[in-house]
Design a protein around this ligand. Sequence first.
Ligand SMILES: *[C@@H]1O[C@H](CO)[C@@H](O)[C@H](O)[C@H]1NC(C)=O
Ligand SMILES: *[C@@H]1O[C@H](CO)[C@@H](O)[C@H](O)[C@H]1NC(C)=O
Ligand SMILES: *[C@@H]1O[C@H](CO)[C@@H](O)[C@H](O)[C@H]1NC(C)=O
Ligand SMILES: *[C@@H]1O[C@H](CO)[C@@H](O)[C@H](O)[C@H]1NC(C)=O
Ligand SMILES: *[C@@H]1O[C@H](CO)[C@@H](O)[C@H](O)[C@H]1NC(C)=O
Ligand SMILES: *[C@@H]1O[C@H](CO)[C@@H](O)[C@H](O)[C@H]1NC(C)=O
Ligand SMILES: *[C@@H]1O[C@H](CO)[C@@H](O)[C@H](O)[C@H]1NC(C)=O
Length: 500
Amino acid sequence: MRIKSMIVWVLLVILLGLCAIPTHEQRQHNALKKLLKVKRSHGIKPTQWSSSSHLSPHHDEELLQKEKDRIEALPGQPSNVTFQHYSGYVTVDSNRGRALFYYFVEAIDDHSTKPLLLWLNGGPGCSSLGYGAMLEIGPFRVNPDCRTLSVNPYAWNQVANTLFLEAPAGVGFSYSNTSADYKENGDKRTAEDSFAFLVKWFERFPQYKHRDFYIAGESYAGYYIPELADTILNHKNKSADWFINLKGIMVGNGIMNAETDGRGMDDHVWTHALISDQTYEALKTYCNYSTEAPVSPLCDRFENKTAEEIGYIQDTDIYAPVCMQSSSSPHNLTTHSESNHASNGYDPCGEKYLYSYLNNPDVQSAFHANITTLPYPWDFCSDIVSPDTWKDSPWSMLPIYNNLIANGLQILIFSGDVDIVVPVTSTRYSINALKLPIESPWHPWMSDGEVGGYSVVYKGLTFATVRGAGHQVPTFQPARALTMLNSYLQGKPLPLSKHS
Ligand SMILES: *[C@@H]1O[C@H](CO)[C@@H](O)[C@H](O)[C@H]1NC(C)=O
Ligand SMILES: *[C@@H]1O[C@H](CO)[C@@H](O)[C@H](O)[C@H]1NC(C)=O
Ligand SMILES: *[C@@H]1O[C@H](CO)[C@@H](O)[C@H](O)[C@H]1NC(C)=O
Ligand SMILES: *[C@@H]1O[C@H](CO)[C@@H](O)[C@H](O)[C@H]1NC(C)=O
Ligand SMILES: *[C@@H]1O[C@H](CO)[C@@H](O)[C@H](O)[C@H]1NC(C)=O
Ligand SMILES: *[C@@H]1O[C@H](CO)[C@@H](O)[C@H](O)[C@H]1NC(C)=O
Ligand SMILES: *[C@@H]1O[C@H](CO)[C@@H](O)[C@H](O)[C@H]1NC(C)=O
């Protein structure tokens, strides 16, 4: 069924020269909402987090593979590209034939000294190539013709070498030759495989060993990132010849803690005039987000009412336009030109162009992802990595945050303030639950002469909002996101107003 529809899209592209516009796409925010629902109905074991894994790099093979992974040029790539980019597979379990796909973009200048930043998207089941690299922080955007690329003027490879990983197996181009693996995914597997990936990747790119290393991402990666950092720290203590120089983590609109995340959601949608007073009162009365409490049918009913009252808007950015598909010609996409986001270069149909681009066989070849074993088309979020079969997910990341803080990592938690998937209110409640002393109280920070957002510096952790940004902060506010990254990587406070 999926294979057939794939062939139809490809034929459409070839015959009509049009974008192949999918009828069904999985999205990061939908996958996350589904997971949280399954979890609250106790369909997933609320595990205690504990990490473990083993190392087994093969130096010589990895070095040879690096040159094979170099990308000549992506189809439709602008001609003046001056940096190197690479992509391909790293085998994380050779017995089962499990391999993870990565895309690595070197910094435009001084790649031999700039830090290394790993970007992770969430879901679970969503692609860091699709979101992170092609819609958020990567060097290119797909044009509305679905065939050519343009330069992202706010690409993060201006300040860092950027690495994107599709994990776990079954996400994007990542796969396993043992299909039973797809049913064994969970937080633990994802962290172990991501760690095994990193160890081998550093053998393939040894010049990045000992380089300042950061992990960043968003959404359900609010779990992946601390879990991977924790896994790395646990190994650090075991190995004398250690080369992963983990400096810090950056988490955007990420989930942190079931109870506060849930409460923050209700407060955020009510204070943003999206639901009625009556529904808000009902949520307060019937919903208990405390971990032990079962979801009551009344709470479920009013959560459904909430969705009804909010209506069809982008819950990743409540003020953003939605992609309109013309009814006379389903391949004609239009957006509202009066959009307040137009100046940021945000195109609500961008995901459609990208889906078409990444399923083009020439593009897959150029990315070294044209393997015949892949039993599914590339998608933003995987159908086979499902919240329904997700094995484990702790209720809370707060204990891990405490550990990461104790280990002196540089932690930035940022939040686009017009997202209702993981809203800023949830993030504030979750950070408050850590009860950290405040070092620098709430203050505006500046980007391009305007208030970019607000920040509180806690002992061990910095919190920053990004004004007017949605769930994918660098998509909706690319300039502010880059300003924030710049300060973070330099270990400096966010820019302050000269007048304050
Ligand atoms: C390539 O050219 C475009 C304009 O055509 C420009 O915006 C971009 O900055 C250039 N990129 C590089 C890496 O020089
Ligand atoms: C999966 O199987 C294919 C076909 O046999 C093989 O080419 C590929 O190397 C295998 N992948 C891994 C990670 O072992
Ligand atoms: C690693 O060892 C140091 C010093 O013994 C200890 O303070 C730290 O908590 C350990 N880290 C982890 C993640 O176990
Ligand atoms: C939520 O449920 C927990 C566990 O059943 C209970 O201890 C707590 O009092 C409840 N909270 C509210 C506000 O009802
Ligand atoms: C809420 O919506 C879901 C999905 O549409 C449905 O399965 C469920 O039965 C609804 N719950 C109530 C209490 O109406
Ligand atoms: C696409 O739709 C818009 C608005 O409905 C219309 O103005 C435009 O002419 C259409 N373009 C094509 C190529 O059909
Ligand atoms: C992938 O594409 C390359 C270059 O076009 C080609 O040489 C190779 O045979 C293809 N591999 C598969 C498995 O289709």
